[in-house]
Design a protein around this ligand. Structure first.
Ligand SMILES: NC(=O)c1ccc[n+]([C@@H]2O[C@H](COP(=O)([O-])OP(=O)(O)OC[C@H]3O[C@@H](n4cnc5c(N)ncnc54)[C@H](O)[C@@H]3O)[C@@H](O)[C@H]2O)c1
Ligand SMILES: [Zn+2]
Length: 372
């Protein structure tokens, strides 16, 4: 069996499952999967980067546990979340003659997890699904909560299903082969959980972030707290009818910046957009007299310390004007009579859903911040 040093249970009735977190879980995945899904055969879906570092180790561990394996290796990158690649995954599962009670295993970042979970949800009307997230973002965010799907030319994540996994194996050692930039981007989502409703966790990160970046027990702890934070929200609101929206802290501004940079990962990756978005959400809250400017400065200082971008001026290249940015925000959000829904805050760890933010306030705020 694996060497999980932390286990987080996602409580969803009969669809409940465990997230195991610890070093070396890929090397022992076969035993963990066989113990929970006896007699299962699996198809492993991964991308070329992750396959080079981790697929042989996962396959060996499955073989040692007597689990038969098929594999589908896809190109890395957001473009892989498409109908064309969904078809390849579906075909790979069917070609291996897997049945409903067999399992589809996602080995990779959020791209592989979202695509593979969707395939597992639709092949034979739903197969067993196991997540082995290998990016920090996937370990603390995308592998938890059951949202799966692909992009279409009309937008991101527009086609998919809710599909909870049976097991999540978050191997903290996998992050050693992740680029420093991708690790930092994932860290923005870790900090997000502190800023939403865990002020003690945010304070702990301010003190311990170097150890989180270095690896070891602090990294495991940060991932476990993050998974617990997301699991709590998901257990309250699995299908996002209310509270789950809090997880979008920093994402309204962040998505607009991603769109404004044409989703060019050379300029901005998702977590970096979220970092800038969280800083803007705090600064905007201060401007609306909801929290103090000290809170906003505190958030900015932490993002800067860890090496994340925290203001729009940190994005390389020219940005469109404030009107265009507001258009992107309005596309991302429902605008009802000039009012926008945002996640705002009363201070560190005191975020809330604000449903009636005047678009005109956002516009002048963006103008000020683009200027300085
Ligand atoms: N389902 C959800 O709830 C949810 C939540 C947040 C984000 N997402 C989705 O997640 C995706 C982003 O996920 P991501 O940031 O993990 O991107 P990603 O899957 O593209 O991974 C980032 C890069 O890191 C590489 N990589 C991953 N793990 C590695 C490892 N251990 N060693 C070396 N290289 C590795 C990948 O090949 C890729 O090049 C987006 O599509 C987003 O929509 C989904
Ligand atoms: Zn995010």
């Amino acid at each position: 069996m694996g060497q999980a040093s932390e286990t987080v249970r996602v409580g969803l009735g009969e669809r409940s499952y465990d997230i195991l977190i610890g070093g070396g879980l890929i090397a022992s995945a076969g035993a963990d999967i066989a113990a929970r899904l006896p007699g299962v055969r699996v198809a492993v879906v991964t991308d070329e980067n992750v396959a080079a570092a981790w697929l042989p180790i996962l396959k060996q561990s499955l073989a040692e546990a007597g689990v038969a394996v098929a594999e589908v290796v896809l190109p890395p990158g957001e473009k892989t979340k498409s109908f064309a690649h969904l078809e390849r995954v579906v075909d790979g599962i069917l070609a291996a003659r897997l049945e409903r009670r067999d399992a589809v295993v996602a080995l990779g970042g959020g791209v592989i997890g979202d695509l593979t979970g969707f395939a597992a949800g639709i092949v034979r009307r739903g197969m067993n699904f196991v997540q082995v997230p290998t990016s920090l973002l996937a370990q603390v965010d995308s592998s938890v909560g059951g949202k799966t799907g692909i992009n279409t030319p009309r937008g991101k994540n527009l086609v998919g299903v809710f599909m909870q996994p049976r097991l999540v194996l978050a191997d903290t050692a996998a992050l050693d082969t992740l680029s420093a930039r991708e690790f930092r981007a994932g860290y923005a989502e870790v900090a997000k959980y502190g800023l939403i409703d865990r002020p003690d966790f945010f304070a702990w990160l301010e003190t311990n972030w170097r150890e989180v970046f270095a690896g070891g027990p602090a990294r495991t702890r940060a991932i476990a707290v993050s998974c617990q934070a997301k699991a709590d929200v998901v257990a309250r609101d699995e299908f996002e009818t209310g509270d789950r929206a809090l997880l979008n802290l920093g994402h309204t501004f962040g998505h607009a910046l991603e769109a404004a940079t044409d989703y060019d990962s050379g300029r901005l990756v998702h977590g970096e957009g979220v970092a800038i978005g969280m800083a803007l959400a705090h600064r905007f809250s201060a401007r609306m007299n909801l929290c103090s400017m000290d809170d906003a400065h505190r958030v900015e200082a932490h993002l800067r310390d860890v090496g994340l971008p925290w203001r729009m001026a940190d994005i390389p290249g020219a940005l469109p004007g404030a009107d265009k940015l507001l258009d992107y925000i309005a596309q991302d959000k429902k605008v009802s009579r000039g009012a926008l829904t945002f996640i705002l805050t009363h201070g560190v760890g005191q975020s809330f859903i604000a449903k009636d933010v005047p678009a005109s306030e956002v516009l002048s705020f963006l103008r000020e911040n683009l200027a300085g």
